[in-house]
Design a protein around this ligand. Sequence first.
Ligand code: MGD
Ligand code: MGD
Ligand code: SF4
Ligand code: MO
Length: 719
Amino acid sequence: MPAAERHISYCRNCCAQCGIEVVKENGVLTSMKGDKNNPFSRGYFCVKGLSSIDMHNGEDRQDQCLKKIGNDFAAIDKNVALDEIAGKLGAIINAHGPEAVAVYTGTGVNSNSLSNSAVKAWLEAIGTPYLYTSMTLDQPAKWVTACRMGVFATGKYSTLDADVILLTGGNPAVSHASMSGPMCNPMYWAKQAHKRGMKLIVVDPAATQSARQADIHIKITPGEVAAFFAGLIKIVIDEGWYDDAFCDRFVDGFDRLKEAVSDFTPSVVEGRCGVSADTLHEVARIFATARRKSAHTGTGLNMGPDSNTSEHLSEALNAICGGYRKRGDMMRNMGALFDSGLAQEMVLPPNRSWTRGPKCHATDIGPIFGEYPTALLPKEIKHGGEKRIRALIVVGGNLVTALSDPTTVLPALSHLDLLVTLDQRETATGALSDYQIGISLPYERLDFNAILEYTRYMSFGQIAKPFMPRPDGVMEDWEFFTGLAGRMGYTMKFKRTLFSVSQAETPGPTYDVGPGEAVSAEDLIRFMVAQGRFAYDDLLANPHGIALPDVETEIAPAALDATARLELCPDDVLAEIKALPRGAYEAGPYPYRLVSRRLLETVNSAYTQSSKARRRYPENPVFMNPDDMEALGLNAKDKVLIESAHGRSRGTVKPEKGLKPGVLAASHGWGRPDKPEAEQGDLFTGRLVSITEDITTINYMPRQSAIPVRVKPLFADAS
Ligand SMILES: Nc1nc2c(c(=O)[nH]1)N[C@H]1C(S)=C(S)[C@@H](COP(=O)(O)OP(=O)(O)OC[C@H]3O[C@@H](n4cnc5c(=O)[nH]c(N)nc54)[C@H](O)[C@@H]3O)O[C@H]1N2
Ligand SMILES: Nc1nc2c(c(=O)[nH]1)N[C@H]1C(S)=C(S)[C@@H](COP(=O)(O)OP(=O)(O)OC[C@H]3O[C@@H](n4cnc5c(=O)[nH]c(N)nc54)[C@H](O)[C@@H]3O)O[C@H]1N2
Ligand code: SF4
Ligand SMILES: [Mo]
């Protein structure tokens, strides 16, 4: 009997990237735990990480490439698949130009160190700008705000150094995805901060795991965050609690902002948000008068109505209060793999990138951080002009469940000449594709943790080595793209792998791979690691990863000649604030608001079929306040029909006392919207969303949270 092997690695199931120890026996993974010797994550891990071992053992795994023939799929050799796809893409490019080709990348690429750079290098090589991503369905208002207001380069305080954190619409205890604190074990760090006196204020319609640890939990009416922040700004200005010195030196438009929010009196805010005047005043005082404070936001705010305005107002509150690390404070993460931190007070000025080209084919909008609004894709595919998207490659994403509104999305996808999906499992998008390319799993490949480096609370680097054999039928994402480029006669210029930076703006040298040239993951990772502070071989020799605490750097004052300022209230923002509703919130024909939330066992659509998720949630539940349930005569596990102005979906109710009355909460990404209604299975919240009617400007973000809905009981004896 061979001894059990222990392998040190890091988890790739979410942005936290916790260090792990995995046990393999007889070729099967038998257990996983947090790696106590990982200096970054210090032994923490969670149940959704654990699901990765079931997937490696075969659960819901796609271990080959498939080609659609009629309505069925047949296995196809991976090299033959590449030959055929290269041929089809070549024909499309010859007939219609490279701009007929687009790629959509989802969350999968954020954990795969080479996927992101391969996609960008390939798009550049063939000559099309069209990169669509899940970020434009996630928190794109943050990018719009950065581009309209500018960015303070040293970033915000977190639970490591703040006196007050104001967190709106995020639940790091579950998502492990907030910059308000370290992402691994966020609630441990929040508790430590609490012990030294930090105050946590959480703004969320649900008493989430994060909200339950807060000093103040504001159970706000969903979708009303803009009024809340406008009200806070008004109080802070009226009371003179803003940071005078910071505003003097680093902001523009203070008086315009003051004027714009002047009628958001506490009673207006109370009418819209259900937050009392006393509470509002208290939050304003605690936040603004603290020495080190920052306002952080999550998806809850970014997916609601007026998301660009809400995010801008949240950031404007932060800015007038000077909620950024400043001279004398420490920068903890100066970048280890890519050396990217800026330890000097500085405003990176607004840059309205979408006003410049290249624009979308059918809508006059350019890219944001090099990415195009995914909600526009169906129109880009279906509009009647000669210039349109005809071929789409989906990498590490599930476009059909990520992009709501299947009645718009499914016909558009079937209108494509070529749809290819790269994934480790069959997804709703894969099932509609001409080719499904099987992709290697994390423990089958070499990886390094560079792409999300900017999210870390310390300078830390780690390489993960493969310890599971790779099935013959699969490839890596980057191999798909080098394989296509080689066959099509293009040279790919790999750059370092960076989130939210376009290929053109990615700094550093290139690693060129011409047709027929051999290259390995190790070649590419060595090339990238050489751009940072580590020697590749040192990382390889230290499987637990290496932390660089010594690079903590004190922030220097701004250069005297630095003139850029944060733009608090540009014309379009002013117009948006003017257009915000002031009257008291009235429920109307859709009296509930359905908010989006994440579940610990799943990652968007991934793992919704896993045994661990299904044990806890046999169906995707819709959470409801028990009083609301009683009013409708509902018991736990009863079925309901949820209807919005745009569509309907069935769900099973689960009582949750901490939820604000009038609010439903559910997770997205479940179900099979690609299948006929009888086979759709779980509640799919995307059916309640329109990607053509209820959307914002600039990033075309659909309203994926705070959706007005009504609820009808579907009792067993009813038809
Ligand atoms: N376990 C798990 N972790 C994940 C994911 C996952 O699917 N599962 N997904 C990953 C991804 S892709 C992302 S983008 C991040 C997201 O990370 P987060 O933004 O932290 O996402 P959630 O945990 O859903 O928290 C959103 C919170 O916003 C609240 N909310 C919803 N609507 C409103 C509103 O109108 N107003 C206010 N004030 N609050 C509102 C919800 O009640 C919820 O508690 O998580 C990542 N991590
Ligand atoms: N209604 C509604 N819609 C939403 C949201 C919501 O809250 N409500 N949330 C939005 C958000 S925040 C997001 S991020 C999007 C999610 O958007 P997507 O990222 O498009 O969706 P996921 O379901 O996360 O799909 C990720 C896929 O990547 C695969 N994968 C993992 N690793 C790899 C890899 O290394 N290579 C490849 N090729 N594949 C890999 C996984 O198996 C999975 O199928 O959905 C958005 N849509
Ligand atoms: S928080 Fe959970 S899913 Fe995320 S990296 Fe850590 S173990 Fe993996
Ligand atoms: Mo996301």
